[in-house]
Design a protein around this ligand. Structure first.
Ligand code: HEC
Ligand code: HEC
Length: 267
């Protein structure tokens, strides 16, 4: 018995220290154990369609809303620190508690990113899936998200728009780019999508250092007016299985964007 005493004492001290350390927040404070935070479903009050809201609430809300359910082990450092890091970063990426405060363009970008991240199985994070085995998304779940995202993009177009004549307007194109593409692209830096300066005339999938999908990497298309127009109306019609889940249904917006991309090479 005597041998065990120091061991159990050591365990008790370690446990107490771990509990105490969990009160510190080296990677940010997600306010996990504030009871006032445990408010009833905020996502149910958003304008998300019910099927999508329920899906995202069960699989993603722990890191992308204020409705975090911290399990018992979350009260112990250093696990608490790692959890808090994911939650703070996840909420920063987007937060369903603020869904209705996002502009229509921001909602479309987030929806497209949600499709991108779930199709490629990067989300939910793998460390979360190991513990929450029911958080895996089925193909049917992903289809629900795709339909939701495409529906939003289609609604962004008020009718088919004017016929694609004329040569487009780079100034208007810049405005559309900043509103609709900037969530994933800039001209000079890679984000979720590759940098686009000089994309006009370039072969697809060739920005050094950017990780393309195998589909776009092997497509070997040269980006010109016709191929860009097709890509922006439906990327899957150009390179099936690519990872850009975003469409611009209006022909005049596509034309302006293409003009802007064409001119941006010289900037
Ligand atoms: C365990 C916490 C956790 C869960 C659960 C989780 N995420 Fe995330 N998510 C993060 C973190 C952390 C980031 C930011 C860092 C990154 O992109 O890896 C993030 C970022 C994102 C982004 C933004 C990517 C970007 O670059 O802007 C999307 C989209 C996303 N998550 C979708 C989802 C969806 C959809 C689910 C549920 C199916 C989900 N996440 C579940 C932690 C989580
Ligand atoms: C939700 C994120 C997202 C949005 C929004 C988005 N894109 Fe993309 N884009 C991507 C990703 C990811 C890729 C790479 C796809 C792949 O590897 O399959 C890409 C690739 C491209 C390419 C091919 C580049 C190359 O080097 O071959 C072009 C052109 C492009 N996007 C234009 C646009 C334009 C213009 C807009 C705005 C109307 C836009 N994208 C909006 C994510 C996005």
């Amino acid at each position: 018995m005597k041998v065990w005493r120091p061991v159990s004492l050591g365990c008790a001290v370690a446990l107490a220290t771990s509990l105490l350390l969990a009160r510190t927040h080296p990677f940010g404070d997600a306010n996990l154990h504030n009871e006032a935070n445990a408010q009833p479903s905020k996502m149910k009050d958003t304008s998300l369609p019910p099927a999508v809201g329920t899906l995202l609430m069960t699989k993603c809300a722990d890191c992308h809303s204020m409705q975090t359910h911290a399990l018992v082990y979350g009260r112990f450092a250093p696990i608490s620190w790692l959890m808090e890091r994911d939650i703070v970063e996840g909420r920063k990426a987007f937060n369903f508690a603020q869904w209705d405060a996002y502009t229509a363009d921001q909602q479309q970008t987030i929806a497209a990113k949600i499709v991108q991240e779930t199709k490629s199985h990067r989300m939910p994070l793998v460390q979360y899936r190991i513990i929450h085995w029911d958080s895996n998304l089925s193909n049917a779940n992903i289809q629900t998200l795709v339909q939701w995202s495409h529906g939003m993009q289609a609604n962004a177009s008020e009718g088919p728009g004017p016929a694609p004549t004329g040569s487009g307007d780079a100034v208007r194109g810049k405005e559309v780019f900043e509103r609709r593409c900037n969530g994933c692209h800039t001209l000079t830096q890679d984000r979720e999508g590759p940098r686009l300066q000089g994309v006009y005339g370039r072969t697809s999938g060739t920005v050094a250092g950017f990780t393309y999908s195998p589909a776009l990497k092997k497509a070997g298309i040269v980006w010109n007016e016709a191929t860009l127009d097709k890509w922006l109306s439906d990327p899957d019609s150009v390179a099936p299985g690519n990872e850009m889940d975003f469409r611009v249904p209006k022909p005049d917006e596509r034309r302006d964007l293409i003009k802007y991309l064409q001119q941006s090479a010289g900037q």
